[in-house]
Structure formats: C-alpha cells, structure tokens
Design a protein around this ligand. Structure first.
Ligand SMILES: NC(=O)c1ccc[n+]([C@@H]2O[C@H](COP(=O)([O-])OP(=O)(O)OC[C@H]3O[C@@H](n4cnc5c(N)ncnc54)[C@H](OP(=O)(O)O)[C@@H]3O)[C@@H](O)[C@H]2O)c1
Length: 300
C-alpha cells in the first residue's frame, strides 16, 4: 500500500481522516503537543515549525503523498497571537511545500473558506481570496506561496467542520459543536448567529473528499484548488436546531442572535458558502447535515 503522511493527526480532522485512510494506505501521522495511541498506523512527534525535523521526517518516512492538516485552527487564537499563526499556518506550510516539491512528493494543503470576504457567495475555486482576519490572511498567503513552489500541490478549501473529538483531546475540544452540546446538556441556553452562513461538512465527509484529491494526485492529475463544501448553506442558528434534533435536545434552549451582539477577537465574514462542483464531479457526495449529525450522536 502507498504510504500517506498526515501532519496533525492528533487534531479533529486529522484523526478522522487517518481512520478513513488506513483502509487503503500505510498511514503515518504526526502530533505536536498531544500524543495519541494510533492502532491503525504509525505516530511520530513533529513540530512543523522545525524545518530540520520536517526534512528528517520526509527522509525517514519517504511518503508517497503528504496531507498537511497541522495548523492553528482557532481563528480567535490566530487573531490574539498572529506571530504563532504566521509561523505555523504560513511559514511552516511553505517550508513543507518546498521540501515536498524537491522530493516530488504530492502535497494536499488544508485551507479554509475564511480566505473569502463573505460578500459574494457562493465562492468557486477561482474566486479571489480577500480575507478579513489573521487566520484567513495566513491561509491565503500559504495558498499563494505553495502554488509558487510546488506545481502539483493541491489546495483544499474546507468549510466549517463538525465531528467527534480526536482521542488526543478532551471531549470539549473537538469541533465547535462539542461546546454547544455541553452547554445544552447542562440545560443552559445557547445564543447562535442567524447572520453568519457557511456550508458545513462533517469530518468524515471531508475525509472522503480529501481521499478523492489524494487519488487524483497519485494518478498524476493536476488538482490545483478544490472546495469541499457541505450540501447545505446554514447559519449557526440553523445548525444548532438540527443538532438538537439529532441529539434529542430541546430546541427552545437555542436563541437567535446577531454577530454584533457578541464580541469576537477575529472578524467573521457574513457568508462564505462554498460551491464545490469540482469535487462533486470527482464523486464527492457529502450527506445531509442531519444525517451526519445522526452518525455522530451515536458515538459522541
Ligand atoms: N475545524 C474547522 O472547522 C476547519 C475549517 C476549515 C479549515 N480547517 C483546517 O483544517 C485543518 C485541520 O483542522 P482541525 O480542526 O482538525 O484542527 P485541530 O483539531 O485544531 O488540530 C490541529 C492539529 O495541528 C497540530 N499542530 C498545531 N501546531 C503544530 C505544530 N507547531 N507542529 C505540528 N503540528 C501542530 C495539532 O497537534 P497537537 O494537538 O498534537 O499539538 C493538531 O494535530 C487545519 O488546516 C484547519 O485550518 C479547519
């Protein structure tokens, strides 16, 4: 089986992706500060900002393909500590791309819908990024730099992701929905935006989309940029109501609110819904949100 190196396997998406990928690949995953037991592959410690360690990992593992999911993924944290976001999300991603290009190793980079301004949805792959926060700026910068240094890299823009937490993290540090579930299970109300729209997708469906991209790269076909948006455009409020239905929690604890009502460190674009026709043409077929939530409710 080909060898697949996943950076950030201890993270929410990295863990789910590694489980999906292990059926067809020899999986080697990396963590930074959250070690995790990985029965379905090999796990290595790696600080992605340490260029010598990244070089040595590529030498030792000799992967057929790299899927780069390690990041500072919390937008407010990036806004508070932009230097760390720059180092991890931008500079380390460029170094990894250069090292992969030199060894002719195909690379998938995980970018975000937050590279877009949010005023002209839905966004297709060739629309111009115009980020409104530090996280989006560093992801957009990494996209440009990676295209410059690695001509067969794939840029994969992901939407808001939901899924179970990886075993490396406490239950509360999964996707955005774990905190919501904890609040509702305590019987406390939850205020959710009615005026911020995304096309969320489950980590499981995103993983299947990533595997389609990996297959394209291994077949030596150019992917360039690909969106993996979910099937529905939803506000966080809409998502919360669906989550209540899937987890049998009371809908009346969900209160509508507007972005202006809540202070956030990072500005949030209004509507970064993704159009994902390219991926759909390859067979990307994410399930309706309520079904994705139903699957998670059985395990989380
Ligand atoms: N979650 C979303 O809604 C969302 C939406 C769009 C795009 N994305 C992108 O999708 C990718 C995966 O996101 P996620 O939600 O799975 O992130 P996550 O749960 O926050 O996991 C981040 C991963 O990055 C690793 N990491 C952080 N700093 C590192 C460093 N210096 N060196 C090596 N590894 C480091 C973490 O390792 P340790 O925990 O072991 O330190 C962890 O494995 C990211 O590129 C993210 O920007 C996420």
């Amino acid at each position: 089986m080909p060898t697949l190196l996943i950076t950030g396997v201890s993270g929410m998406l990295g863990w789910t992706f590694s489980l999906e990928a292990a059926e067809r690949f020899d999986v080697v995953g990396t963590f930074c500060s959250h070690p995790v037991e990985m029965g379905h592959g090999k796990i290595l410690a790696l600080d992605i900002c340490d260029a010598d360690a990244v070089r040595a990992t590529l030498e030792d593992v000799a992967p057929d393909v790299v899927v780069h999911l390690a990041a500072i993924s919390n937008t407010n944290a990036c806004e508070r500590v932009p230097a760390l976001s720059r180092r991890v999300n931008l500079e380390a991603s460029l170094t990894l791309a250069e090292l992969c290009a030199r060894r002719e190793i195909p690379l998938v980079f995980s970018s975000s819908d937050l590279v877009f301004a949010g005023d002209k949805p839905p966004y297709a792959e060739d629309d111009e990024p115009q980020p409104s926060n530090v996280y989006g700026m560093h992801k957009a910068g990494a996209e440009r730099g990676i295209r410059d240094v690695h001509e067969s890299a794939a840029i994969c823009r992901l939407p808001l992701l939901f899924g179970p937490p990886s075993p490396a993290y406490p239950a509360s540090r999964g996707s955005f929905m774990q905190g919501w579930l904890e609040t509702l299970r305590r019987g406390e109300p939850l205020n959710l935006f009615v005026d911020e729209f995304r096309t969320p997708v489950s980590a499981r469906d995103a993983s299947q989309g990533l595997l389609l991209i990996v297959d394209e790269l291994l077949a030596r076909r150019q992917v360039a940029t690909m969106h993996l948006g979910g099937p529905e455009r939803l506000s966080r409020y809409d998502f919360g109501l669906l989550m209540c239905d899937a987890f049998t929690l009371p809908r009346d604890l969900i209160n509508p609110c507007a972005q202006v009502d809540v202070h956030m460190d990072a500005a949030r674009p209004k509507d970064v819904s993704l159009s994902s026709e390219r991926a759909r043409a390859l067979g990307f077929d994410p399930m309706p949100i309520i079904e994705g939530l139903g699957l998670i409710s059985k395990i989380a």
